[in-house]
Design a protein around this ligand. Sequence first.
Ligand SMILES: N[C@@H](CCC(=O)N[C@@H](CS)C(=O)NCC(=O)O)C(=O)O
Length: 207
Amino acid sequence: MLHILGKTSSINVRKVLWTCAELALPFEQEDWGSGFRATGVPEFLALNPNAMVPVIKDGDFVLWESNSIIRYLAGRYHGEWLYPADPSERARCDQWIDWQASELNRSWSYAFLALVRHSPAHQDPRQIDLSCANWAKHMAMIEGQLEKTGAFIAGDAFSLADIPIALSINRWLETPLQHGDLPAVEAYMARLAAREAYRAYCRNGTP
Ligand SMILES: N[C@@H](CCC(=O)N[C@@H](CS)C(=O)NCC(=O)O)C(=O)O
């Protein structure tokens, strides 16, 4: 049985849960991370020296970094329909998965810590505005891509890349800031709502 270590409120853990649900893969999940079991303990650090969730244990195989985990699960558990074998199609998915982890994540970091986590160390109004503007710029890229495909982030079909991207959109929707009008993003989320796994793990309780 696959073990997932990480709280379900974590966007990065939910990437893994959603992927498992798409693959109809049974798992056991343990709540680790702030508010639950602390990741700084030797038992957890032995699994992930980076002290972050998610971590998976698949038999003897231990893996951390959410996007590496979802790629692994698709590769291991017959997820070619989700993560295509064709090099160009796979690279297109990877492009959006990597962009989410690097560029998009970086854009929202300050605003999210300020407006959602209410971190005292992140209350500089100028930095908040800059982060919100940068986040909006990245959201506009998603809007542009979805206008182009008229369907999913990497093309006509749902793919692994939709999981981190839709979770990121959900984070944006749930952050109290000016959202502006992004009709293609709105239509995309409505399209995804047909998926049971999305309803279970992306919106985290929000319809
Ligand atoms: N790059 C990592 C980031 C993981 C991450 O930021 N995890 C957060 C939760 S979303 C975490 O573990 N925070 C520390 C904690 O909750 O104790 C990944 O994608 O797996």
